[in-house]
Design a protein around this ligand. Sequence first.
Ligand code: FE2
Ligand code: FE2
Length: 247
Amino acid sequence: MFDWNYWLCLFGERAYQLEIRRPESSDRLTDDERELIADSIGTFQLGEQSEGRTLQSFAEAFARRHGAPALPVITTLFIREEQHHAAQLREFMIANRIPLKGRTWTDSIFRRLRKLAGYEAAVTILVTAEMIGFVYYRALARATASTHLKTLCREMCADESLHLRYETQLLMTLRGERGWLPKRLVERAHRGLLTLSALIVWVDHRRVLGHVGYTPRGFVRDCRAVFRMVMHNRAYRPRARDSAAAS
Ligand SMILES: [Fe+2]
Ligand SMILES: [Fe+2]
């Protein structure tokens, strides 16, 4: 059974450490770097920035039905961590004169899907976005010479791996005790969603991802490796032929 109190304490403690750092004045992107990453980082900044109202209302309804009073607070604290990512990226963008984005088509699709779906599907979409985000931030860290951005990406990867652990435990609880066949079908559908979403993200961010050596196939392969790691608790092992992971 899901240990609500463990996550409540953990997110509660982490809430005190959410400070927003500004890049040093000597740490600025070159014109070429800015041109390469501006559009891409703007899209991810927007994706991180959500009030999380849909997720919060799903969590509140679930908590009422299943007697899990800690869940709404955990959800609030979790959303705050994502907003912290958005704020950190925002500071970085402002310092480097990168315009903030209002709306993008990929962001709109993810948000609309989450609203249409129930709690389980919303968490499935969220966990899928986090898996792809994890691989993307690792790539972004390699695409820049900015120490501040590299640190930011590594910190966000560390946060996302904790979020992924939380979300997969939550997802397993929401999926419940299904039989072997429905379980396999749901997992297959989830893997299909991940593959399709990873391809869409590759198309949208191909300049940054291509710059660090990712082909669509390599990017999907790494996203699927994260999927296997978090959904089945296996160790992540990049393949020798994965040029992007090796760079
Ligand atoms: Fe995030
Ligand atoms: Fe996250």
